[in-house]
Write a protein that binds this ligand. Structure first.
Ligand SMILES: [Ca+2]
Ligand SMILES: [Ca+2]
Ligand SMILES: [Ca+2]
Ligand SMILES: [Ca+2]
Length: 483
């Protein structure tokens, strides 16, 4: 891996054509590339950024251009499961995203070379624009490998190489936890074209609830495909607390294949939330409401409900009565900057977007937060849940939330209560000596126990205080420091 200037790559000072001797026993030859663009040069801040697109990359074999590709990541950064990062993480970039792995590109050059002979392999990049030579000072970090394969070991061989959902792996957290149809990756690891596969999936011990899916298609050697296995929503709730999922290829092209060790893939998973009470979606748009759309879909992807025309800075409460089943509530952002993002919040007067923060919550009717969306979500965020399949270990705990912030502060504190139910809400503040220094018996409350209020303690002397919130249902004390 090395860093090269854009101009050096363009004029062949770096990565000139190389002659390589190809292994005589090689059956297949592949070039694998890993490239990221960096720097802020020229009119389009080359080469981390572009004017909505990246540069064109080229692979040349024996003097003939064989592959052209670009590595621009228009949407990937906003789709990154590693949300809420510092910096400008959601925006499009040349070949990489903050906090994400870099994508490899692979090119099969077997048809263009002959095993046991020499081949000339060259990389090139589109020309630095004559009108904007400063772009050439940008740079690319890159690695390239020639990979030689022997002949395939098996004629008929299929494998399950990954499970997208259900899966607790954090990299798949954008679509997990899930109650949706499982998605597995089927790969042909045999030399014969794979045209059918009998796939079993089950949760926990084999035999309890095995589902068989007959896949048909056409996969050449080393090709793979995402296979979605239809399951009934209630299928997830028969696993007796055994939260692991198995998928296996039982038969390939109608027979038991020649290599069984790659047939099965197992994941652990967290069950999605089960809601068994009436609930509502509480949405507060920010001042760029046109960027955001809400969609509720059932397990088959049918649209059940949506909100795509929200007015700026407006609260909506939509109570939903759903049939038993599995659902996904999704919020999207066409600008990939979520519903609240520090960089977009930079005021217009300072050259920023001046975007405010909204919120999106799912709450029980009568109080109790079921789910709060992270507002700094980039391109989209999903909450998957089921309705009507009561199960002890996935019920939502109805606990309250209290926060007094910032702490320490020089006098102004924000009091935030959620699900702090009960009438006659009061607030008292005592100093370290136990003397009452502040009291408010007339706090506005609502039936859901939700409250946001400012407390001004500027007139008190500096020190440690104890803030006690009391309602008929709860008492809670927070220690604060005034300085
Ligand atoms: Ca070159
Ligand atoms: Ca196999
Ligand atoms: Ca925006
Ligand atoms: Ca936005």
């Amino acid at each position: 891996m090395q860093s090269y200037s854009y101009s050096g790559l363009d004029n062949d000072l770096n990565l000139a054509a190389q002659t390589v001797s190809l292994d005589a026993s090689g059956d297949m030859f592949k070039i694998r590339t890993r490239i990221t663009g960096h720097g802020h040069n020229g009119s389009n801040n080359c080469c981390e950024w572009g004017n909505g697109q990246g540069r064109e990359h080229e692979l040349i074999v024996d003097g003939i251009s064989r592959y052209l590709w670009d590595i621009w990541q228009e949407t990937e950064c906003g789709d990154n499961p590693n949300t809420g990062q510092g910096g400008t993480w959601p925006y499009a970039r040349e070949g990489w995203c903050p906090g994400d792995k870099v994508t490899d590109y692979e090119f099969d050059i077997t048809p263009y070379v002959t095993a046991g002979t020499d081949a000339s392999i060259d990389y090139d990049i589109e020309d630095v624009p004559v009108s904007d030579p400063a772009q050439g000072n940008g740079n690319y970090v890159m690695s390239m490998h020639l990979i030689t394969y022997g002949a395939p070991n098996f004629s008929v061989d299929a494998a399950i190489v990954d499970v997208l959902n259900p899966n607790d792996w954090e990299y798949y957290s954008k679509f997990n936890p899930t109650c949706q149809h499982p998605r597995v990756i089927l790969k042909n690891t045999g030399s014969t074209t794979l045209t059918s596969a009998e796939i079993n999936v089950w949760v926990g011990e084999f035999g309890s609830n095995v589902i068989t899916f007959n896949w048909t298609g056409s996969l050449e050697f080393l090709e793979e495909e995402v296979v979605e296995i239809p399951v009934d929503g209630s299928w997830w709730y028969d696993y007796n607390g055994e939260n692991y999922f198995n998928a296996r290829v039982y038969k390939a092209n109608g027979i038991f294949d020649e290599y069984a060790n790659n047939n099965k893939f197992t994941t652990t998973f967290t069950p999605s939330v089960s809601i068994n009470d009436p609930f509502y979606i509480w949405y507060k748009s920010n001042n760029k409401a046109s960027e955001n759309d809400l969609y509720l879909r059932d397990a088959d992807g049918n649209l059940i409900w949506s909100k795509t025309d929200a007015t700026n800075t407006t609260e909506y409460k939509d109570t939903l009565y759903l049939n038993a089943g599995c659902y996904s509530l999704e919020i999207t952002d066409s600008d990939h900057d979520g519903l609240g993002f520090w960089y977009s919040a930079i005021p217009v007067s300072s050259g920023g977007e001046g975007e405010t923060s909204g919120f999106l919550r799912v709450r029980k009717v009568g109080g109790g937060t079921i789910y709060t969306f992270d507002t700094d979500f980039g391109h989209y965020s999903k909450f998957n849940f089921s309705v009507g399949y009561t199960l002890g270990n996935s019920q939502v705990e109805s606990t309250y939330f209290v926060s007094v912030f910032p702490n320490p502060s020089s006098g102004i504190y924000n009091l935030f209560l959620d699900n702090f139910t009960g009438d006659n809400l009061s607030l008292t503040i005592y100093n370290e000596l136990g003397s009452l220094v502040y009291s408010d018996q007339q706090i506005e409350n609502n039936p859901e126990g939700y409250l946001q209020e400012q407390i001004d303690l500027s007139s008190l002397q500096n020190g440690i205080y104890f803030v006690t919130i009391t309602s008929e249902n709860h008492t809670h004390t927070e220690r604060i420091i005034k300085h």
